[in-house]
Write a protein that binds this ligand. Structure first.
Ligand code: GDP
Length: 441
């Protein structure tokens, strides 16, 4: 994931100064030169790095941070504040007043993830912000774009407007707006054409659509992997179309991410949305304060809690807890737990959001743990309902059958049974504790 290395380096630099009782100007200089190297290594623009560090240096001296009661904490807070300022704005994105019509125009170069991001935002606004969304297919340049948007709209459970025989994208947009008016849509998201590079014909087409729509948001998708090019692209589009925000895609890939930290300072356009995968729910609204927290190794608990609430089946969790408290814990309960774990997504990403655990995250291998969960689920699914209720039925011949049925080995089956017995023992202990201490429940 982008920024992993930067976070690691910043955390290390801060750790070094937290070991000091008192901080001298020399310590401050060492910290700032560490931070400089970390930022440059993450591909943050040199000009931005210099300005950022100058500001921290001046504020540290002005605010007499070095002589304050807890200089380490004060310094960390200062870096945090400057990072938030660098990434701003602080006003939450996409919190539109209910019922107010909003038009969102997506622009970007081909292959940057424009169509995918338009559908991701459509799903997000429908499911989390209660908006009635219409997606509009106005990318007539790429032959498959219309079909792709139709498929994505269905997955996102939002309506889509297409006109396959219309050759003029402005006409499509005009007709779509009428359709939206009649259908009482409050959010119209328009996917437009892209090119391999910015050219006049593209800008002219986009400007016409822009002038007609007078959109509330003009979002440019940029690919995090393209590094500093992001700044030139953002600048080019911004001059012509007054961008309101950036959508940075492919954040999941091993991009250094520095452009994300530079682009607001250099072009004035803030990042509003981040794409973290190919699936529709692989997207996050960008919160500067949360990102700043994560960068200095303080984790991002708020995002973690939201993710957990979104993806966990709370009712199933409660049911499971009640059964455990009754002293019942079967392979079916275990299967439930594995299902919940798979739904939560990347364990590594979750650990990164927990303060202090970001380094632990590096020791976790998502591919391995996913494969293990998959294996365990296959083993339980190969058991009969009776076997799932009563582990004592599992003798050698049954175990062999289960191994065969699940495409695993006898060793794997024995390992899972062992794990189950241990878990059951722990549940018994928990039940006894709960009985003696009513506060536990
Ligand atoms: P467009 O030409 O700009 O409309 O690009 P598309 O939306 O067709 O996306 C191009 C490719 O990038 C597709 O294969 C998408 O699945 C992929 N893609 C889009 N966003 C992301 C992302 O955030 N992460 C990853 N890994 N892939 C993405």
């Amino acid at each position: 994931m982008a920024f992993d290395r930067l976070t690691e380096k910043l955390t290390e630099s801060f750790k070094r100064i937290t070991k000091q009782d008192r901080i001298s100007e020399k310590h401050l200089d060492t910290l700032l030169s560490d931070v400089r190297l970390a930022l440059l290594d993450a591909d943050v623009n040199t000009q931005v790095v210099n300005q950022f560090l100058d500001k921290i240096h001046a504020s540290a001296l002005n605010q007499k941070i070095l002589t304050s009661l807890k200089p380490n904490e004060a310094l960390m807070k200062l870096v945090y504040d400057e990072l938030v300022e660098l990434l701003g704005p602080e006003t939450p994105s996409f919190d539109y007043p209910k019922g107010q019509k909003k038009v969102i125009l997506f622009v970007g170069l081909q292959g940057t993830g424009k169509t995918t991001s338009a559908a991701k935002l459509a799903q997000l606004l429908r499911s989390k912000k209660d908006r009635k969304v219409l997606l509009v297919a106005a990318d007539l340049a790429r032959p498959a774009a219309i079909d792709q948007l139709e498929i994505l709209a269905e997955q996102a459970q939002v309506s889509v407007f297409v006109e396959k025989d219309e050759k003029n994208s402005l006409n499509v947009v005009k007709h779509a707006m009428k359709f939206a008016e009649n259908g009482n849509f409050d959010t119209i998201i328009v996917d437009t054409a892209g090119r391999l590079a910015i050219d006049e014909a593209l800008m002219l087409e986009l400007k016409q659509i822009h002038d007609y729509l007078n959109p509330d948001e003009v979002l440019l998708t940029v690919d995090a992997m393209t590094g500093q090019d992001v700044i030139h692209t953002a600048d080019g589009f911004n001059r012509n179309l007054n961008l309101t925000g950036l959508v940075v895609t492919k954040f999941d890939a091993d991009a250094k991410g520095g452009a994300v930290l530079s682009v607001k300072a250099l072009t004035g356009v803030p990042v509003k949305l981040v794409g973290t995968g190919e699936k529709l729910d692989d997207t996050d609204i960008f919160y500067p304060d949360r990102m700043a927290n994560r960068l200095i190794g303080m984790g991002d608990l708020l995002s973690l809690v939201e993710q957990a609430q979104d993806k966990m089946d709370i009712e199933a969790g409660q049911r499971s807890m009640e059964r455990i408290m009754e002293g019942l814990f079967t392979f079916d309960d275990m299967l439930d737990q594995f299902n919940q774990l798979s739904k939560m997504g990347s364990l590594q990403n979750m650990l990164k959001m927990i303060p202090g655990a970001s380094q632990l995250a590096n020791q976790v291998n998502d591919t391995e743990s996913n494969a293990m969960i998959k294996k365990n689920k296959a083993i339980i699914l190969s058991m009969t309902p009776e076997e799932r209720e009563d582990a004592s039925l599992l003798r050698a011949s049954r175990k062999n059958r289960i191994a065969k049925g699940s495409g695993t080995t006898l060793n794997d089956v024995n390992r899972l049974i062992n794990q189950y017995e241990k878990a059951k023992e722990q549940m018994r202990l928990l039940k006894r504790l709960a009985k003696n201490n009513p506060n536990i429940r």
